[in-house]
Design a protein around this ligand. Sequence first.
Ligand SMILES: [Cu+2]
Length: 328
Amino acid sequence: MNTPAKLGAYALGLAVVFGATFGVGTAVGGVGTPPAPKGHTAHGDSGGVPTASGQATPADTAAIPGGLQVSQNGYTLTPLTTTVEPGKNTDFRFAVTGPDGKPVTGYQVQHEKKLHFILVSRDLAHFQHLHPAEAGDGVWSVPLTLPAAGAYRMFADFAPEGGSGMTLGADLYAAGDYAPKALPGVSRTATVDGYTVTLDGDLVPGRASRITLKVSKDGKPVTDLQPYLGAYGHLVALRGGDLAYLHVHPDGEPGDGTTQPGPEIVFYAEAPSRGDYRLFLDFQHDGTVRTADFTLHADGAAAAGEHGGHEESGSGSAGHGGHGGHGH
Ligand SMILES: [Cu+2]
């Protein structure tokens, strides 16, 4: 090999190494770009102001999973309440400060709300999806009870006026002794208040995949789910280990002429990597919103979990043996 060729190979080697390193931080875009999302977060853009959300996001926002940062693109989640006693209802307050350092007061409406607030225990055993009220001057207020002592994570899912949707995350603590629970094993069936919700589909590292949730009560499919915040269901998915907040968007919405009010609710979810994930589905029936929770494992061999069509596909979930039971 002559010298120029060696230099060329060396340069190529550098490019490959650089590319691989870069890829660590941009795994979502690197493996296979998902279909153009209708929204960037669990709450997407449907129902929002038809300006910015749903349009292209800066590369950095697309590359890093949501919820891992307290500050992104100049926007910072700023808790104003510093102590929360376990088991006691607290007027929890926070603000989002903008690039100018001032609290943001202008938000786009996404799924009927300007801001969606998710609270989980860091062991992912506890989940709440709340909607804070504006207390003025950019301060948000929400009655909050942390059920027990422990470490928690709060997420603010919003799109500032003139900006793209984002999810910021911050830690929160309730003082006292606590025993974290192990992440529940893979579980595709959840029961809540007499409802059974089954999950079909798999999370696939690096690209969006279809997740179908089917709701039944007393053994009968529920076909009269009620719209809740502009959808028949809201799905939040979080990665075990760091609580990365996944991009999830519903397939269709009430009133679009094709989306039925159950028993199936279809989502597209994008897992940024292999690993275990917890999924929380909010759905409304008979005037009450309930949450069903699941655990999925995303691995490289999961592509078979992408089912086509709307038919019920039987046992799509084989191959995840060894785990049983469900969350709590
Ligand atoms: Cu919400």
